[in-house]
Design a protein around this ligand. Structure first.
Ligand SMILES: Nc1ncnc2c1ncn2[C@@H]1O[C@H](COP(=O)(O)OP(=O)(O)OP(=O)(O)O)[C@@H](O)[C@H]1O
Ligand SMILES: [Mg+2]
Length: 281
């Protein structure tokens, strides 16, 4: 396992499940991430925020080896993909679950078939067992059993998110990457989804890396927050660390109008109507 966390707070001795050091990613002359460091600890829900276009999805795709990096090292569950052979990479991949920001499900497949995609890719199981496992995952994420044979076009936005989460959980991963899982959901649907994530973390012992613009999620379910800006992690830590950070974007985000009714700020409540904006895009 990789060593100890080096840069913030009270994290010494915690079990690091993902450690990125000096990660640089770019496209042509454009550098998106420059010398970025990040740690994720076992069992936590890490909320990852940053302005649109700062590279949150790029970082997730880089960590998953879907994008190349120019430099830096990334260790996941103590292992560096670059040092593994193909079977070892597959074994490590199976320990990761992913819910992408775009294209969460294959539109031509039913929910059950979508959930079985990773099973087919990595395991050699009889169809009857895959069906049972898919039904289990469907129940786990709070979908009705009859969702199994529906196509994505027949589902609501919230159901699609749950089905995509079921697919991310298909192989019983330890570390789950969620890219804006509550975007597009109404506040109640988003809060329910947050509760589901927290419950799954508690019952399955998951570690969750969650990109989100949702201030409610950040305050209600995230144990720690990391802010991406200036091509690196500007600050990581608790809500208090965010409030104490003097970076203008972090200040605006966590102390701005839309945050005021959620974040305790010297006991002053803010304008409730503006809080609705916190559900983001
Ligand atoms: N495959 C690619 N080729 C070229 N540029 C890309 C590619 N993928 C992302 N980018 C660029 O990298 C930057 C970061 O994109 P990214 O999708 O990571 O943003 P983000 O922080 O996830 O934003 P959002 O909050 O809107 O989802 C953007 O300028 C984007 O145009
Ligand atoms: Mg994104």
């Amino acid at each position: 396992m990789d060593g100890q966390h080096t840069d913030t707070g009270n994290n010494e001795g915690r079990n690091v499940v993902l450690s990125a050091r000096g990660v640089t990613v770019g496209f042509g002359s454009k550098v998106v991430l420059d010398n970025l460091d990040l740690d994720i600890y076992r069992g936590e829900i890490l909320g990852f925020v940053g302005a649109s276009g700062t590279g949150k999805s790029v970082l997730m795709r880089t960590v998953l080896r879907l994008l190349p990096r120019r430099s830096g090292t990334i260790k996941i569950l103590g292992q560096d993909f670059d040092e593994l052979d193909e079977p070892q990479r597959n074994a490590l991949d199976m320990r990761l679950g992913v819910l992408f920001q775009q294209g969460a499900l294959f539109s031509s497949l039913t929910v059950k078939e979508n959930i079985q995609v990773p099973m087919r890719e990595y395991l050699d199981l009889p169809q009857s067992l895959m069906d049972e496992l898919a039904e289990l995952k469907i129940r786990l994420v709070g979908l009705a059993a009859d969702a199994a044979d529906k196509y994505p076009s027949e589902l609501s936005g919230g159901m699609i998110k749950r089905a995509a989460l079921a697919r991310a959980l298909a192989l019983d991963p330890e570390l789950v990457f969620l890219d804006e899982p509550t975007s597009g959901l109404d506040p109640i649907g988003a809060a329910e989804f947050d509760e589901l994530i927290a419950r799954l973390r508690d019952t399955l012992g998951l570690t969750v890396y969650m990109v989100t613009h949702d201030l409610d999620s950040l305050f209600s379910v995230c144990d720690r927050i990391a802010v991406l800006g200036k091509k690196r992690v500007l600050v990581e830590g608790s809500i208090d660390d965010m409030l104490a950070c003097d970076d203008p974007w972090v200040q605006a985000y966590f102390k701005g109008k839309r945050a005021r009714s959620i974040v305790p700020q010297n006991g002053r409540a803010g304008d409730d109507s503006l809080a609705q904006d916190s559900r983001g895009k």
